[in-house]
Structure formats: C-alpha cells, structure tokens
Design a protein around this ligand. Structure first.
Ligand SMILES: Nc1ncnc2c1ncn2[C@@H]1O[C@H](COP(=O)(O)OP(=O)(O)OP(=O)(O)O)[C@@H](O)[C@H]1O
Length: 367
C-alpha cells in the first residue's frame, strides 16, 4: 500500500506551526525513516498519518493510502499497525494473548476461528523467535523481547502500513541493532509499507530504503542514505548527517586565514566557510606548502575500522575530528598532547542560503 501526503500542515493552537505544508510519497513495500532533531515534527507527521491527530484544514491537505483517501477516516479503520516506544504491552496478559488481542476483538464476521488465531499468533511468535515464551507475562521478558512482542502484535492484523515511533529508543545499543535486523527482515518477508521515526542517524541510514530529513516542520530532503550523504540538498542535511569540521576565515591574495591557520586557495576574496568531513582531513608532522593548520591531539580512539582523533587549536571554533587508517595512526605514533598539522584533502562550501556549491579537492590533494 503506497502512502501519499499532499499539503499536510499542523498548528497547535497559538504555539506556532509544528508542520509546514508537507508533501511525501512512500511507495508500496518501502521502508522510510523520518529523521530530524527534537521538535522537527517527526512524531506529529507520523500521528497524522496514523489518524491520531488531525491535520490543519487550511491548507486542505490530503492523505491517501493507495487510491483510498483516508484524510477523514478514523484511526481504527485505517488498517495500520503501530509500534511505539511507550506503547506498552498489556501486563496482565500473556505474550500469546497480547499478540492475539487485536484478532480476538474483531467483529464476529471478520474474526478468524480460534484455531486460526492460534496458528497465526504462533507463526508471528516464530518469526520473532519467541514461541517458547508464549505463556510468559511481559514483566518476565527483557526490553528487547517485549518490543519483539509489540512488533508481532502490530503485525497480527496483517496491516498494509506499519508505523513505528522510536520503536527501539529505550533499548541498549546491541539490542537495538538486533531489532533493526528483525524489522528489516519482517518488512521484506511480509511486504508491508513502513514509516518509522528516529533521531538516531545510524538507525535511519542502516534500516531505511529512503530517509526523510526533517527540521522545523519541513522535509529538507528525502533520498536514499547514499544520496543524502554524498549529494545533500543543503547545508542543514550535510551538517546533520555525519561529523563536520569547520574552517572559517578571510580570503586575501589566494590565502584563507583564520588565526594561526592558513590555507592556499583559488577562492574569491572575502569571508569563506569551508566544511570538511573527518576522513577528508590528513594529519602530518609538518605543514604542507598549501596548508598550515597547526593543532594538538586531545583524544584518540583506536576502536573500530578507523582511528578517531580529536584535535584542538585556538583558531578552531569547535574541536576537529579526523579519521585515520590504523597504519597511519601507527606511523605517526599518535598520542594525546602531540602537536601536528591538519592537511585538508578536500572540502565543501554552501551559499549563504545553504545551497551546495561543487565540492573541491584541496590544491595539494595529498594522499
Ligand atoms: N500537543 C501539542 N501541543 C502543542 N505543541 C505541540 C504538541 N505536540 C507537539 N508540539 C510541538 O510541535 C513541534 C513538533 O513536535 P514533534 O513531537 O512532532 O517533534 P519530533 O520531531 O517528533 O520531536 P522529538 O524527537 O523530540 O519527539 C514541537 O515544537 C512541539 O513542541
């Protein structure tokens, strides 16, 4: 079931606009993440799609599920599955009864036979590998297991649309990772359309076919994770996804100066703000002819595929982060307190109103 929103906006009384008029299309079978800082309107958008919240009447926005206009359809008739962080299970019911609940309260003519309900519930519990726990109560399960029950319960009515609001928010990192895999697997196997809210970049990028990046009630960009990272629509998206280092200064006679930092450049004269990803910063014991960016190592984290190095200097408004290969880290013998030089491999620029300008390799594109 596809989802199509046109001109969906939301005011909360005089508190201002929670959602600017939003247009969004989610294809049938797609898994889309809504990602953005706190207060950007993610939950509001999800609740409007669910039918838990009404959109503004002006503009008169519409919500379509496939060809069906559900704008004025009650939440219970939208045939949606929900998983919310705080959408607790019924504590006095067993796991089995929790998952079966939605089926047992269907009107008689729609309700499957008790044998059928049993088969369906066990099939779902098998999918989330909890069939052994069918007779337990929620309090006897871990947080991650409880969320798997929530997932099974949401899927019991075979919804064509599944909406999830920070579904794994309250769980620790390892369990979150595991549940992401569950969700992706169930999504692919059962072929429903999913929309989920998260403020966790990694979760959104890893799980989603496409991610909608939101800020101030607007969708800044909706794209594949790869496109968002490599072709951000504006400065907000660039800065929101991944770490960014800033070099801001005055360009004169082909040199950008910022305190003790100097970078040769062919940029036009005037104020410039360059943005660099951590992997675009090389570290060296001596400055290059093109770049003189002295810095001190303040922290080193060698855990993972790359080594993360934090740098400080008077000319930096905020500490820089550089990522190095382990071989380079060992060659430089990096330790905290060490003084060295940052050498940009390339950098990015945006116009005053935030549009991207072509990324440029630094003049001394040293390896
Ligand atoms: N019931 C409400 N009454 C008044 N203002 C509200 C209400 N619900 C949300 N808002 C406001 O609407 C804006 C968007 O809120 P929303 O909860 O959609 O953001 P969010 O992106 O989901 O944030 P978070 O990640 O913190 O949950 C915020 O400024 C919020 O304060």
């Amino acid at each position: 079931m596809s989802i199509r929103l046109s001109d969906i906006a939301k005011h909360y009384g005089r508190a201002g606009r929670a959602l600017e008029p939003v247009n969004l299309e989610v294809a049938e079978g797609e898994l889309v993440g809504l990602l953005g800082p706190s207060g950007s309107g993610k939950t509001t958008l999800l609740r409007i799609i669910a039918g838990l919240e009404r959109p503004d009447r002006d503009p008169a926005g519409r919500i379509l599920f496939g060809d069906r206009d559900v704008t004025d359809v009650h939440v219970r008739d939208r045939r949606i599955g929900f998983v919310f962080q705080h959408y607790a299970l019924f504590r006095h019911m067993t796991v089995f009864d929790n998952v079966a609940f939605g089926l047992t309260v269907l009107p008689r003519r729609e309700r499957p036979s008790s044998g059928e309900i049993r088969a369906r519930v066990y099939r779902l519990l098998e999918m989330v590998q909890l069939e052994r726990f069918a007779e337990r109560y929620p309090a006897q399960l871990s947080g991650g297991q409880q969320q798997r029950v929530s997932l099974a319960r949401a899927l019991a009515l075979r919804p064509e649309v599944l909406l999830l609001d920070e579904p794994f928010g309250a769980l620790d990192a390892k369990v979150r990772q595991e549940l992401r895999r569950w969700l992706r697997q169930l999504h692919d196997e059962l072929g429903f359309t999913s929309l989920f809210v998260t403020h966790d970049q990694e979760e959104a990028l890893e799980l989603s076919d496409r991610v909608a990046v939101m800020s101030h009630g607007r969708i800044e960009q909706i794209d594949t994770p790869d496109a968002l990272y490599h072709a951000p629509a504006n400065r907000f998206v660039f800065e929101f996804l991944g770490d960014v280092n800033h070099l801001e200064g005055e360009v004169r006679d082909g040199v950008l100066t910022c305190g003790a930092a100097r970078l040769r450049t062919s940029l036009p004269e005037g104020r410039e703000r360059l943005l660099l990803r951590p992997h675009e910063v090389r570290l060296a014991e001596t400055p290059s002819p093109e770049a003189h960016l002295p810095a001190t190592v303040t922290a080193v984290s060698p855990v993972g595929a790359e080594v993360r190095v934090e740098l400080a200097a008077d000319w930096m408004a905020e500490p820089w982060l550089a990522t190095l290969r382990h071989a380079d880290y060992e060659r430089l013998g990096l330790t905290r307190g060490q003084r060295l030089f940052a050498v940009p491999r390339r950098w990015h620029r945006f116009t005053a109103d935030g549009r991207p300008q072509p990324a440029a390799p630094a003049r001394a594109a040293a390896a």
